[in-house]
Design a protein around this ligand. Structure first.
Ligand code: NAP
Ligand code: HSE
Length: 436
């Protein structure tokens, strides 16, 4: 470790390169400009953005003080010995994976917000970081501006984490909030989320639950010290949620939220993302707009909740810059360590069929005597008991039925629904939503 007077003579400037200059990249550039007057006091060095990798220089010229820092050549950045740190904010798997790996092999530490990469190739990348004695940090990859990666890895390290649950996608939470609170149409709400910079370049990742799936894979890996990849996570998005479901939820004193859940059970890890009916008085019910919240349940700490902006230019840039500052301090203090991902267990991940939940099932059925009894017996024959039949609205000659089941195995629900679908009394199974 360096003494304080040695530290004060430390590196006069520290240079970073940005890969990608979209929503988050622009936020990072703005924060560095904003923080410039106090950079020396905070970091004991000047932090500069020396290069920005873009695809089209002209498109971005007006956003920077000195357009000569814009480049279309990654090799230029890789070969620049003055660049200590690479901040990847392009997104997607390639070329981001190759760029990050090459940067670390060239001795440069990396900060990224790329959950796709960390959830799919985290293992390989951490190995490269370790082999090359550089840091790889990714706080912004999960829940935007909320500090959750570092608290899980550090502050909660002494806990046996049992469960991580929350709202980890800003776009879908924004859409569901707009649909619930303002009756906004799904398409309009998605367009607004995109305009505000919350949505991914391809918003399918948001609305189909893939983005949240990647985030919960990352959180589960850190929480349980066992590799969980995106492919292990069951994902279901919000595209089938209608205004009608939201209205039924209201009648039931509940709200619809896209929930990501990972828990370590005696027979394996459960990792899933799906819409859920949450009681109106549950703390997650009041998390609206682009806000996210993550609950962590540890054996020592019990419940901790993290809450804040889950997406957007400046909140996400804040998380990126937290990592940048942290690495910069270590570079200045000559205490740069390599990042280890601390995966030392090999716990199986359960198939969704073996998980349990209570279900809200909205269906259109033939409106004649005995139909309810037929439906109840199909559920009963498949080990599904009904807790509530909440509504029966007329739709022409048919009727709409909403059923809430007790807590049952997913496999049993699927079996029952298969039979119901082919039953002559059922016209349509309109929606299935899990209930908290
Ligand atoms: P974005 O607005 O689409 O910006 C990405 C930028 O990267 C674009 O400017 C794009 O260039 C550039 N780019 C893509 N491929 C490139 C390449 N091969 N060479 C050079 N530039 C390239 O995306 P973003 O919202 O800033 O997100 C960036 C990353 O942060 C993603 O991994 C995302 O998942 C993550 N993230 C975003 C948020 C958020 O709220 N937006 C929050 C947390 C994490 P063009 O302009 O030419 O297309
Ligand atoms: N598209 C993501 C979201 C960005 O809406 O949450 C933050 O990771």
């Amino acid at each position: 470790m360096m003494k304080r007077d040695e530290m004060s003579m430390a590196q006069e400037e520290l240079n970073a390169a940005l890969l990608g200059f979209g929503t988050v990249g622009t936020g990072v550039y703005k924060i560095i400009q904003r923080q410039r007057p106090e950079m020396m006091q905070k970091l004991n060095t000047h932090l500069n953005i020396r290069s920005i990798l873009v695809r089209d220089v002209k498109k971005h010229q007006s956003k920077v003080e000195d357009p000569s820092i814009l480049t279309t050549s990654f090799e230029e950045i890789l070969e620049d010995p003055k660049i200590d740190l690479v901040i990847e904010l392009m997104g997607g798997i390639e070329p981001a994976f190759t760029y990050i790996r090459s940067a670390m092999e060239a001795g440069k530490s990396v900060v990224t917000a790329n959950k796709d990469l960390i959830a799919e190739h985290g293992g390989e990348l951490f190995q490269v970081a370790e082999e090359n004695h550089v840091e790889l940090r990714f706080e912004a990859a999960v829940a935007g501006g909320i500090p959750i990666i570092s608290p899980l890895k550090n502050s909660l390290a002494a806990n046996e984490i049992r469960r991580v649950m929350g709202i980890v996608n800003g776009t879908t939470n924004f859409i569901l909030s707009k649909m619930t609170d303002e009756g906004m149409d799904y398409g309009d709400a998605l367009a607004e989320a995109t305009r505000l910079g919350y949505a991914e370049a391809d918003p399918t990742a948001d609305v189909e639950g893939y983005d949240a799936g990647r985030k919960i894979a990352i959180l589960a890996t850190i929480a349980f010290h066992s590799r969980v990849t995106f492919h292990d996570v069951y994902t279901e998005g919000i595209t089938r949620i209608t205004a009608k479901d939201i209205s039924y939820a209201k009648t039931l004193g509940r709200v619809v939220k896209l929930i990501a859940l990972a828990q370590n059970t005696p027979d394996g890890i459960e990792a899933k993302v799906h819409p859920m009916l949450i009681p109106e008085n549950h703390p997650l019910a009041s998390v609206s707009g682009s806000y996210n919240a993550v609950y962590v349940d540890g054996d020592a700490v019990e419940d901790v909740m993290f809450y804040g902006r889950g997406a957007g230019e400046m909140p996400t840039a804040s998380a990126v810059m937290g990592d940048v500052f942290s690495i910069a301090r270590r570079i200045v203090e000559h205490s740069l360590g390599s990042t280890r991902d601390n995966v030392y267990r090999n716990i199986p991940v359960k198939k969704i069929d073996n998980t349990r939940s209570s279900y809200f099932i909205r269906m259109v059925v033939e409106d004649k005597p005995g139909v309810l009894a037929t439906i109840a017996s199909i559920f009963g024959n498949n080990s599904v008991s009904i807790e509530q039949v909440i509504q029966k609205n007329k739709i022409g000659a048919d009727a709409e039925l909403v059923i809430i089941t007790s807590n049952v195995k997913e496999r049993h629900i699927k079996d029952a629904l298969l039979i119901l679908e082919s039953s002559s009394v059922v016209r349509q199974i309109a929606t299935i939503i899990r209930v908290y």
